[in-house]
Write a protein that binds this ligand. Structure first.
Ligand SMILES: Cc1ncc(COP(=O)(O)O)c(C=O)c1O
Length: 360
């Protein structure tokens, strides 16, 4: 019973096929002449991802992971000492905070919304977004609590103060619809490793196209050049699209793998995955509710059940999960269970039976 899609999604058959047919076989057959075909993989990856989130693939740039994308984006903005605060909620993924703190050397300051405020508390966002705020990082779905942020509303508050809006969709994409246009985001960062089932290494950055020419990335390379094959060391011109954030010789294998996964997810449909997830999640949650320390409104949560069981119930349920050979994880006092399209109704019933037994 695989319940770890919030960490690493399962490997789809199409992903293995894509890696083998489009990357490894071409390398074996063509050596260095495989490059044009390999670069076609990146075009297809960006196009597939774009079609999943309703944007043009041209406005997407491959990245290694969310952290590197955040670093590159913030470094590409002009830093104004009077408007230099990077704001995020304390339950954002820690790596995002590490990036913001490291960017003190570039002139930024780092501010958190305290943990005891919900990330959904718009009044708190409003009071902390000020004229000094340069950028607001919004975590679409929080990894340890599952809380879904009201992205469009926070984004509007940030734009009222002329702050940039960056959204982290690592924990939502593939299971919660991502509506980049409705959010009015400036930058969306994510990866394919979790619900998209694309493995580690296939991160991405989407940029609002009308701002691209104002962004001057520092971490560049020949693939950030308007013409990577110009080869004039004295003449660097940024690509006129999101690829200015690309860098040196690009990695291909993670994107070849993830391309197959994206094709698989698209065939199934994110709306279908979301509906299946919602149905199984509700079923398991209702059985768990009497055993929890606090209750959730499932409409304000992402795809993962983040359950804070009473200590005795936690101990007993973990034993049950181990005995059925389930893959799950525990962060502090929270047990995380993710039900993807490959989890059956029968598995959800098995979890419900374990929970009902504990309630007696
Ligand atoms: C919300 C969120 N953001 C980001 C990450 C990972 O960041 P990175 O891709 O930089 O490792 C995770 C991983 O669990 C996450 O849950």
């Amino acid at each position: 019973m695989y319940l770890l899609s919030h960490s690493v999604g399962c490997l789809p058959k199409l992903a293995t096929q894509s890696l083998d047919e489009r990357y490894l076989s071409k390398w074996q057959q063509l050596g260095g002449d495989a490059w044009p075909l390999w670069l076609g993989i990146i075009d297809d990856f960006c196009a597939e991802l774009g079609s999943i989130i309703g944007v043009n693939g041209r406005d997407i740039c491959p990245q290694t992971n969310v952290s590197s994308g955040l670093t590159k984006y913030l470094q590409a903005l002009p830093v104004n000492p009077a408007k230099n605060i990077i704001l995020m909620h304390a339950s954002a993924f820690p790596s995002m905070g590490f990036v913001a703190q490291a960017l003190r050397q570039a002139g930024y300051e780092f501010e958190l919304i305290a943990e005891h405020y919900s990330p959904r508390d718009l009044e708190q966002w409003q009071s902390q977004i000020t004229d000094k705020t340069a950028a607001v990082l919004i975590t679409h779905v929080h990894s340890n609590t599952g809380v879904l942020s009201p992205v469009a509303e926070i984004s509007a508050l940030a734009h009222n103060k002329q702050a940039k809006v960056i959204v982290d969709v690592a924990q939502s994409i593939g299971v919660v619809p991502v509506d980049v246009v409705a959010w009015q985001a400036d930058c969306v960062l994510g990866s394919c490793v979790k619900w998209l089932c694309g493995g580690p290494g296939a991160g991405f950055m989407w940029l609002e196209p009308s701002h691209i020419n104002d962004l001057k990335p520092v971490d560049v390379g020949w693939f950030s050049h308007a013409d990577p094959f110009e080869f004039d060391i004295k003449h660097f011109v940024y690509a006129d699209n999101a690829k200015r954030f690309w860098g040196g010789t690009p990695s291909i294998a993670p994107f070849a793998t993830a391309l197959g996964s994206l094709q698989q997810i698209k065939q199934i449909g994110v709306a279908h995955i979301a509906a299946h997830n919602r149905q199984l999640r509700q079923k398991v949650y209702h059985a768990a509710e009497p055993l929890l320390l606090s209750q959730h409104n499932l409409g304000e949560q992402g795809g993962t059940l983040c359950l804070d069981f009473k200590p005795e119930a936690m101990k007993a349920f973990v034993e049950d999960l181990k005995s059925v050979g389930a893959y799950y994880d525990q962060r502090t006092s929270i047990l995380r269970l993710s039900l993807h399209i490959y989890n059956s109704e029968q598995q959800a019933t098995q979890l419900v039976d374990c929970l009902r037994k504990l309630r007696l």
